[in-house]
Ligand binder design. Structure first.
Ligand code: 5GP
Ligand code: ZN
Length: 116
């Protein structure tokens, strides 16, 4: 997808070190980390948001979730715990419209999820 930052990262047009990659998924450190571990996990294909998941993406989404758990174990944050976040749409705080998980951990995270 033209003009998508994360598609450019997948294509190597924005040089980014991957902390994980396979034929379906890549993961890299967030450029503005909110925690000691802050990894972005994305599918290689362009799906704009959680709202755009179709039945044919079910396997891919399961794989993405499994990779998130694997990375949490690799980064040694699974025992103490971590947070997996997916923002969807403007009210959900999504800024990059290429579906992604944030894997956050390595410190106690504030409780709650945007209560105001
Ligand atoms: P969102 O708000 O869409 O859920 O999260 C987008 C995330 O992508 C933000 O945490 C932001 O810091 C990160 N991000 C945006 N552009 C880049 C980039 O070019 N490289 C990396 N590594 N992260 C990025
Ligand atoms: Zn994209």
């Amino acid at each position: 997808m033209k003009d998508c930052i994360f598609c450019k990262i997948v294509a190597g047009e924005i040089p980014t070190q991957f902390v994980y990659e396979d034929d379906q998924v890549v993961a890299f450190n967030d450029i503005q980390p909110a925690a000691p571990v802050h990894i972005i996990l994305i599918p290689r294909i362009h799906i704009p948001s959680f709202d755009d998941i179709k039945p044919e993406h079910k396997g891919l989404m399961g794989h993405l979730a499994w990779v998130a758990g694997e990375l949490a174990r690799q980064k040694n944050i699974s025992e103490k715990g971590y947070r997996l976040v997916m923002n969807c749409g403007p009210d959900g705080g999504q800024e990059v419209f290429h579906l992604h998980f944030h894997l956050l951990g390595g410190k106690p995270l504030a409780s709650g999820y945007g209560r105001q």
